[in-house]
Design a protein around this ligand. Sequence first.
Ligand SMILES: [Zn+2]
Length: 208
Amino acid sequence: MPTISTNIINDGNKFPPKHLEDSHVREIVRQYCDNLEPSYSEERGCKVCGRLTIGTQLTSKTSLDIDWNILARPGEGITRKERTSSSDPIEEFKGPIVASKCTEVCKDCEEELKQDKIPKLSLANGMWLGDVPEVLKNLTWAEQLLISRALTNNYITRVSMGRGGYKMKANAIIFANPSAKIYKHLPPPKKRSGRDLSDYFHWSSQTH
Ligand SMILES: [Zn+2]
């Protein structure tokens, strides 16, 4: 990322600084514009680990000399093809386990792959989830709560140790969501939805 020279801004450590010359002002504006280039802020997914990464930290897959077969792990049950009925066979995807729609690799993954290692956070290391189905994209917060298989609560507390010292204490609690019960109750019958909606509108018209 371009940086503005401190000599341009304050002429070393002299105070008060001299007025900026026009050429310096133009240089600052030019560097400011360079820093606003999309490549310095735009994030794209890494093909190997799927993490969103700044564009300047990504390398095109085609320019890498890497043995991609290291990411293929047949028979280990890491991937699974979508099934539309319980009678469909359970099958894995063939080939390297990568994010199908991404074309670039982040620096962390690149370094490990060049050493013929499976990156720790890669999809091939048990992190694979597959493409998100259309029906599960853009869900509201309430919908995400309903379909999640577990509910999590995290608590972080700063504890004073006296004499100005502090430490952090944290815990996480995970409750299994009663998914089966929710599936049986959703979607509610039209008759009940209509009644709930009419109750809601009746209540809002009274409160406004
Ligand atoms: Zn990566």
